[in-house]
Design a protein around this ligand. Structure first.
Ligand code: SF4
Ligand code: SF4
Length: 154
């Protein structure tokens, strides 16, 4: 058998190999999701937009305005405004995240000593208006509905 015949045989074998892979996937379940009619279900640790969690019993926000998340944020996109109550405790006035600068690293969630801020499953964040990327305290509280199931009762 000449060199040309060997090459032809090898090429034919590779084509058969390729066709078998195509055939395997043609017959298997489709992965395509017709977004936005269909929504994908993110993995349990997916890092979508942040939420502020509250105590499920008292309804009080877990955040005690310690500013740790604001300090650790590598994008410096968290702004916290707090004041002091008459009994010397810190009270959270404003909590803002500029999502257009956020890199979704999750450091804010990791550093929080009170499980007050969490990354959620909310990935539908596209907008033509830059102002929509400024997440206010109220927005972050409402976004708790998208918190991953195991974090909701924290
Ligand atoms: S996910 Fe990272 S970049 Fe985004 S707000 Fe949290 S710490 Fe900052
Ligand atoms: S969310 Fe957590 S880390 Fe950030 S200020 Fe509140 S308690 Fe501190």
């Amino acid at each position: 058998m000449g060199l040309i015949d060997i090459i032809k045989k090898a090429t034919f074998f590779e084509i058969l190999q390729g066709m078998s892979v195509t055939g395997k996937y043609a017959a298997s379940k489709k992965f395509t999701i017709e977004y936005p009619k269909e929504k994908s279900i993110p993995y349990p640790r997916f890092r979508g937009s942040q939420a502020l969690l509250a105590d499920p019993v008292t309804g009080e926000l877990n955040c005690d305005a310690c500013h740790l998340c604001e300090t650790i944020c590598p994008s410096q996109c968290i702004t916290i405004e707090s004041s002091e109550t008459p009994d010397g405790k810190k009270s959270l006035d404003e909590f803002t995240i500029d999502l257009s600068r956020c890199v979704f690293c999750g450091f804010c969630e990791e550093v929080c000593p009170r499980a007050a801020i969490v990354m959620t499953a909310n990935y539908e964040l596209a907008s033509y208006d830059k102002r929509d990327f400024i997440l206010t305290k109220e927005w972050l509280i409402a976004n708790a509905v998208h918190a991953h199931k195991e974090l909701k009762g924290r």
